[in-house]
Write a protein that binds this ligand. Structure first.
Ligand SMILES: [Zn+2]
Length: 111
């Protein structure tokens, strides 16, 4: 998946996340969501698509599971009053959107 496809995925993820926040009555948390507009590019910035070893560790299912774990932990910490962790939560959402998008391509993700 290339840049535009990842950006489209990010917008879908952002829309879903904002819808959940709206349902929870926490739409004011949108101000913390800017990190995801940067982190969605990180895997391809480090593991460049034209490199032979593209989709290495940063494009793996292990990292996807780790990001889900970090998202849950940062949400819990933020909900307990440490609101800066919302930045980490939204950062992981951006990264997760990239990996979910790449997982739907024929090449998929590494183990
Ligand atoms: Zn990628």
């Amino acid at each position: 998946m290339h840049g535009k496809g990842h950006y489209l995925w990010l917008l879908i993820f952002a829309g879903f996340t904002y819808a959940v926040l709206f349902k929870l009555g926490k739409l004011d948390l949108i101000i913390y969501s800017w990190p995801m507009y940067f982190t969605y590019q990180i895997p391809d910035l480090i593991e460049r698509p034209f490199f032979p070893q593209h989709r290495s560790i940063l494009h793996s299912k292990r990292i996807l599971r780790l990001m889900f774990l970090l998202a849950v932990i940062s949400w819990i910490l933020a909900s307990e009053g440490q609101t800066n962790y919302y930045l980490a939560f939204f950062g992981t959402i951006g990264y997760i959107s990239h990996l979910i998008g790449d997982s739907m391509t024929p090449q998929g993700l590494r183990r």
